[in-house]
Design a protein around this ligand. Structure first.
Ligand code: FMN
Length: 337
């Protein structure tokens, strides 16, 4: 049983990864309903939190129905992180996650994110500062090292445990790799040998079979999924189905449409119609991947700006699928069928 403080999360956890501009509350709720055992907010700047920047304060909002949920924060200054952690705790998540893995230059050069991998004592001070500031469990998400010549996760992991981290998520790449190259899962069993807290595997879990293999080969306490879950919250259910029955079903077109529309409408409630419709474009390929006619659907949706028209177009696709002609009209053939 994976426990973070008093929080019992289960076994072989499936976690929805923090993703900027992706894992807002509308998506997190769906992921939880469809089988994720815990979800994470996108990363939130500690500097912005302590300034009470409006955009960041919105990101702190979670819903009771999505629990367990973590708020992920990042920054380079332990005192600022402490204050931000206190404010985040007051927003009512179940735990706080510290981002020590973001590879983006702008983050790294402020000694934040994966920049901390170059300065382990600073990383330790940061984690200790946050642990001391809050009552909630604190977890850390990081990478295996800065580059191929400085992989230091086997030194860093016990240090983070000592500093009070209650679980570690390891994106099995170096900072220099960014998102390229294969994630090297072989680090997970080695890390598990040097710590006694739960270790979650992240990187390249794309299918239910991948998840099964990740648990089997590494003994990870959980797998965290990012890109493969975008527009595909069904993946969490499929992984559990495969685990429990040995096989799994694809979601029907009707379900894809229903879940997508619900997600879109909620996204517009959060952001307002114009921004909500625009921001939603990143999800369509996930929702309709592999369905005949979906590339035309997607290119149509890129042109439409009103919520009503988008919903109409998606529902039309749901009713007629590939039986549409190039303009989205239903062909005589499909009508006759
Ligand atoms: C669009 C996008 C946004 C991301 N934002 C965050 C973030 O806010 N915090 C974080 O720790 N990682 C972030 N990541 C990294 C992912 O959480 C994850 O570590 C990485 O994508 C590898 O997992 P995957 O192979 O399942 O995609 C982001 C990744 C993507 C693709």
């Amino acid at each position: 049983m994976v426990k973070l403080g008093n929080l019992e999360l289960g076994e072989q956890l499936l976690l929805l990864a923090p993703m900027e501009d992706v894992t807002d509350v509308s998506f997190r709720l769906l992921a939880r309903e469809l089988g994720a055992d815990a979800v994470y907010t996108e990363f939130i700047s500690s500097e912005a939190i302590i300034r009470a920047a409006a955009k960041s304060m919105k990101k702190l909002v979670t819903s009771p129905q999505e629990r367990p949920v973590a708020i992920q924060i990042y920054g380079g200054d332990p005192a600022v992180m402490q204050e931000a952690a206190r404010i985040s705790e007051a927003a009512g998540p179940d735990f706080i996650d510290i981002n020590c893995g973001c590879w983006v230059k702008n983050v790294v050069r402020h000694n934040a994110g994966a920049g901390l991998l170059k300065d382990p004592p600073r990383m330790e001070r940061m984690v200790r500062a946050v642990v001391d500031a809050v009552k909630l469990p604190v977890t850390v998400k990081t990478r295996i090292g800065w580059d191929a010549n400085s992989i230091n996760i086997l030194e860093i992991a016990p240090m983070l445990e000592q500093a009070g981290a209650q679980a570690l998520t390891i994106h099995c790449r170096t900072r220099v790799q960014g998102h390229s190259g294969d994630a090297d899962w072989s680090w997970i069993p080695r890390i598990k040998q040097v710590v006694s807290i739960p270790v979650f595997l992240n990187g390249d879990v794309k299918t239910p079979e991948d998840a099964e293999r990740a648990f089997r080969e590494t003994g990870a306490d959980g797998v965290m999924i990012a890109r493969a879950a975008i527009g595909n919250p069904f993946l969490f259910r499929q992984i559990k189905e495969l685990r429990n029955t040995g096989s799994y079903m694809q979601p029907s077109l009707e379900e894809r449409v229903r879940v997508c529309v619900r997600h879109l409408v909620h996204s517009c409630e959060i952001r307002g119609e114009k921004r909500g419709v625009f921001a939603f474009r990143k999800y369509y390929s996930g929702y309709f991947r592999g369905i005949p006619g979906s590339s035309r659907l997607r290119s149509d949706l890129m042109q439409i700006t009103s919520l009503e028209a988008v919903v109409e177009r998606i529902e039309h696709f749901g009713e007629h699928g590939a039986g549409e002609d190039a303009t989205g009209n239903v062909s005589d053939l499909a009508m006759a069928a």
